[in-house]
Design a protein around this ligand. Structure first.
Ligand SMILES: Cc1cc2nc3c(=O)[nH]c(=O)nc-3n(C[C@H](O)[C@H](O)[C@H](O)COP(=O)(O)OP(=O)(O)OC[C@H]3O[C@@H](n4cnc5c(N)ncnc54)[C@H](O)[C@@H]3O)c2cc1C
Length: 423
């Protein structure tokens, strides 16, 4: 029997996961194309000031999923360390913030999770749910920024019902299942360990610009002029690239898929690494959650004078790199009463929004996006398959979710073979 030619577009966690399922099967000839010059997509590590740091995903979010088990086996699970809060420009240890701000609003803050599950108003956003609880201002701001940072966008953009439905569909119980597990090693190294055989097979620097599936063969064209022919294609590119129609499909992809892509959102932002000549924060500090704005700080190594800053930007934000750097240094100046700018030795900026092959942080459930992720899971003509974090419910915006989405797409593709059952 002739081998089926499968092309996987994108070599992030989802694409690698598809490749892992298909490459060992003799009946497929798999070609794996990646636009950038590295493998991993939004899982990326970067040497900086003697350390190797993740500039994309860094935490594990679910104990029951594969990466947590892999990290556990390798003894790479780490402790979170000291957490502090920035409130009105002040530094507050987490216990002090909890005692003086969360505790007085404890009952109201507990109601937030109940309201999330009970809400039946399709126009309600997460922001509205937070505000409606009538918590004190500090708690309101804290939840707004903390959830905004987890969801990668302004919580005013996230629909409460689609978000809840998405968790429900995947059996995720927000209050019990979701974790923020740090690692002793970069997450990029863990991904490489899980997919080492697939890393070598990726053809880097291949930006797919056209997928023509109007004939019996599917023709793919790359920006470098190369042409590939396939029987089936798995598209794992980020939601933003689909929104921006970076790949031209002929014929255009099904209207219901386009609607689903339009209804979901993609949060904007990036990550800075900062190296200072001396440390001006307390030893042992691990994480600074900012209740004032969308800059969140981590100290990746207590022995080094390095901070990692994750930020969420507004859509269409025109703030350039020097301005952003200035803003976040100003936050540090105020909180630590120091001149962080003059202590800054070097910095690195990973501008995920500015990267044309990524286009943002991760997907979120916009108002009216109910069911959009499940539509995106449907193959088109049994020849175009979709994977990637945006195509999964409950575990969207995570590396584990991307891996599961790849397994699902591969299963769908394998299941199409006559007489073959993927289970
Ligand atoms: C700053 C940041 C922090 C995060 N933190 C966490 C975290 O702590 N924990 C967690 O679990 N998740 C986190 N995430 C989310 C996680 O990184 C993603 O959900 C996951 O990595 C997405 O994998 P993917 O394969 O779906 O997409 P991607 O990793 O984006 O892979 C898609 C690939 O497609 C390629 N591509 C795009 N267009 C083309 C084209 N035309 N032709 C060929 N290739 C193309 C891209 O270059 C990319 O490599 C974070 C993300 C960011 C940005």
């Amino acid at each position: 029997m002739d081998k089926q030619r499968v092309i996987i577009i994108g070599a992030g966690a989802a694409g690698l996961s598809v490749a892992k399922q298909l490459q060992p099967l003799d009946r497929y000839e798999v070609i794996h194309l990646e636009a950038q010059h590295y493998v991993g997509g939004r899982v990326k590590s970067q040497p900086f000031s003697g350390l190797t740091l993740d500039s994309g995903a860094r935490f594990l979010h679910h104990k029951k999923l594969g990466l947590y088990q892999q990290a556990k086996q390798r003894k790479w699970l780490s402790k979170l360390g000291k957490v502090a809060i920035i409130l009105n420009g002040q530094y507050l240890p987490a216990w002090r913030f909890a005692l003086f701000h969360i505790l007085p609003s404890l009952q109201k803050s507990k109601r937030l999770i109940r309201a999330f599950y009970r809400n039946s108003d399709s126009q309600k956003t997460i922001e509205m749910l937070i505000v409606e609880q009538g918590m004190n201002e500090a708690s309101t701001n804290y939840f707004r920024q903390l959830l905004g940072s987890s969801l990668g966008c302004d919580v005013g953009q996230v629909g409460a019902i689609p978000l809840r439905d998405s968790f429900k569909a995947a059996g995720v119980r927000v209050e019990q299942d979701l974790i923020n597990q740090p690692l002793k090693q970069p997450l990029a190294k863990l991904l490489q360990g899980c997919f080492s055989a697939q890393f070598d097979q990726v053809r880097l620097g291949h930006i797919v610009t056209e997928v023509d599936y109007s004939g019996a063969d599917i023709h793919l064209r790359c920006a470098n002029g190369e042409l590939f022919i396939a029987d089936k294609v798995v598209i794992t590119t980020p939601l933003a690239t689909l929104k921006q129609q970076c790949i031209r499909f002929t014929p255009a992809i099904a209207q219901q898929h386009q609607d689903a892509i339009d209804r979901l959102g993609m949060g904007q932002g990036g990550v800075f690494f900062l190296h200072f000549r001396r440390r001006f924060w307390k030893k042992g500090l691990c994480q600074l959650i900012n209740a004032d704005d969308r800059y969140h700080f981590w100290v990746p190594d207590r022995e080094q004078n390095v901070m990692v800053v994750f930020y969420v930007a507004d859509e269409g934000d025109q703030v350039d790199e020097p301005q952003r750097l200035q803003q976040l240094l100003q936050t540090l100046n105020t909180v630590f009463d120091c001149d962080a700018s003059s202590l800054l030795d070097e910095h690195y900026h990973e501008n995920w929004s500015g990267n044309p092959a990524i286009g943002g942080l991760y997907s979120y459930d916009g108002i009216g996006s109910e069911g959009a992720r499940s539509v995106l899971q449907q193959p088109i003509e049994q020849r175009l398959f979709f994977a990637g974090e945006a195509t999964i419910e409950g575990h969207f915006a995570s590396v584990d979710g991307a891996i599961i989405s790849g397994q699902r797409a591969a299963d769908q593709l394998i299941g199409m073979m006559p007489g073959y059952s993927s289970r």
